[in-house]
Design a protein around this ligand. Structure first.
Ligand code: ZN
Length: 341
């Protein structure tokens, strides 16, 4: 199955912090860039390990990026390391930046963002002959528990593992029961090797894993796992819009995102694991990013009146424009179901 597009709904309401607090968010991303700049230089592609031959493709928000000639994966000039992860995920309290503040926001976000992601997985598995009641899922890097909750709500058996104690507490509080288990980073791979669940999900997770090869190998080696459902950030128009608007907060490349996937690098990854790409759903935030950058720049250059008019005219077009981008195969995000061959 190949699916494109997703209506925006009230996503702008949910992401209003990006519009209203550009400078604060930009400063946070800049700090993370400084942490990454302090790490060793990369010499090879994060995904396929092909040595970099040419120079950088471009620089944005302090950091240079290489585009892999072999697999089209985009990698930052400096390597993500355990020291970087410790700085941005532990010391900087990454959870604090992302967790919804209260129950109402949590439920709104769950229904608007995570139920559609879960429904797509349920539909794909149904097509493969698996009813929702028979799905047994382990969510890796479960964060605040949104995806596990969404799967439970749709009738699947789901649980999650997460390294951050604060996130696990928050998720379990919101659920009113223990849906996530805290596991230290050093033991996550073992938990994947040991699981008897047949579906692993990793929603916005693979891009954050330092030892990515090890995790993918653990999934490949555990024959109980028949499916991997993932969502990753892609090398896309969003990356280019960010590079052309460097006074605006870079949500997509930079911060904790040190590399971006491509259709080709995902195919490479699936092949290496002995999986095939069964289903994809492409819907990005490229046009929403462009919209935000133009609004922020109009504010920055003293044109709030023009921003109001632009906003009124542009907002109704966002879904249509984004669909064109999604169908062009150069959108900022993909959801994908991989199936063991
Ligand atoms: Zn590569």
């Amino acid at each position: 199955m190949k699916k494109y597009g997703k209506p925006l709904g009230d996503l702008i309401g949910i992401k209003s912090d990006f519009f209203e607090h550009n400078d604060k968010n930009l400063a946070m991303a800049d700090d993370m860039a400084d942490a990454l700049l302090a790490q060793p230089l990369r010499t090879e592609c994060k995904m396929c390990h092909e040595p970099f031959k040419g120079g950088l493709l471009y620089k944005s928000h302090k950091m240079g990026y290489y585009l892999c000639e072999k697999c089209g994966h985009l990698s930052s000039e400096h390597a993500d390391t355990d020291a970087f992860a410790d700085k941005v995920y532990i010391q900087d309290n990454y959870a604090g930046n992302y967790s919804a503040q209260d129950k109402e926001n949590y439920e709104k976000r769950l229904d608007m963002i995570y139920i559609p992601k879960a429904q797509f997985l349920v539909d794909c598995l149904k097509k493969d002959g698996i009813d929702v009641g028979d799905i047994r899922l382990l969510d890796d890097g479960a964060g605040s528990g949104y995806f596990v909750r969404a799967m439970l709500k749709l009738g699947a058996d789901a649980e999650g593992i997460e390294i951050s104690p604060a996130q696990v507490r928050f998720a379990n509080d919101m659920a009113g029961k223990d849906i996530l288990t805290q596991i230290d980073a050093a033991h996550i791979t073992q938990a994947i090797k040991d699981t008897d669940r047949s579906v692993i999900s990793a929603i916005g997770v693979l891009e954050h894993i330092i030892m990515l090869d090890e995790t993918l190998q653990a999934i490949a080696d555990n024959k109980n796992i028949k499916y991997l459902y993932l969502s990753v950030p892609m090398f896309s128009f969003s990356a280019m819009f960010e590079a052309s608007h460097q006074s605006c907060y870079n949500r997509h490349v930079g911060g904790t995102h040190t590399h971006l996937f491509s259709d080709k690098s995902l195919q490479y990854m699936a092949d290496r694991m002995g999986f095939e790409i069964a289903d994809t759903w492409k819907f990005g935030s490229d046009i929403m990013d462009l919209y935000r950058f133009i609004c922020v720049c109009l504010e920055q250059n003293g044109n709030p009146g023009a921003k109001e008019i632009f906003s009124q005219q542009f907002l109704p077009l966002i879904d249509k424009l984004q669909l064109v981008v999604d169908e062009s195969e150069f959108a900022s995000e993909v959801h994908m179901l991989l199936k063991r061959k």
